[in-house]
Design a protein around this ligand. Structure first.
Ligand SMILES: Nc1ncnc2c1ncn2[C@@H]1O[C@H](COP(=O)(O)OP(=O)(O)O)[C@@H](O)[C@H]1O
Ligand SMILES: [Mg+2]
Length: 154
């Protein structure tokens, strides 16, 4: 587990890009954090790191946005739809255990469905400073170490 501080949206995006450089097919990332904590912002950085050219927005009319890049990326948001049966029916396990990378916003609302092996990312507002976010990442130790090293030298 590592704790980092981001001082701007651009920094959170860059952190996403750093994480992207260590991702592989089949990886699942579970994002937890309040509204405007920066989940979608970090996902933009991840997608940039994966050479995705499409516009990245939280899925609204659909439950899953699919992006085409170096590796397919599936972007889910569980804020409105938190019924496990709905997600199972949609084939969420096909996404999780498929050939792409799956990014889940509000993952805590479907916690029971998130694979144990998922990389977990928490984002929190800092009450005293508007553009500061506390970010906690739980991943394989190798990924955690490399993320810290790369984030420091930015
Ligand atoms: N350090 C920061 N990291 C991420 N976003 C930040 C930061 N500082 C300010 N922001 C702003 O907060 C908002 C985060 O929105 P968004 O990424 O859509 O959040 P979420 O998906 O968690 O609801 C954006 O308007 C962004 O510009
Ligand atoms: Mg969002």
């Amino acid at each position: 587990m590592i704790d980092l501080t981001s001082s701007s949206a651009a920094e959170t995006e860059r952190l996403g890009e750093i994480i992207a450089s260590q991702l592989n097919r089949g990886d699942v990332l579970a994002f937890v954090g309040d509204l405007a904590a920066g989940k979608t912002t970090m996902i933009r950085g991840i997608c940039r790191g994966l050479n995705i050219q499409q516009q990245i927005e939280s899925p609204t009319y659909t439950l899953v946005n699919e992006y085409v890049g170096k590796i397919p990326v599936y972007h889910m948001d569980c804020y409105r739809e938190n019924r496990l049966e709905e997600w199972l029916e949609l084939g969420i396990n096909d996404y999780f255990f498929g050939e792409g990378i799956t990014l889940v916003e509000w993952a805590d609302t479907i916690a029971e469905l998130i694979p144990d092996t998922a990389i977990r990312i928490w984002l929190n507002h800092n009450l005293s400073t508007e553009n500061t976010r506390q970010i906690r990442i739980e991943a394989l130790e190798t990924i955690e170490k490399r993320t810290i090293d790369l984030f420091k030298i930015q």
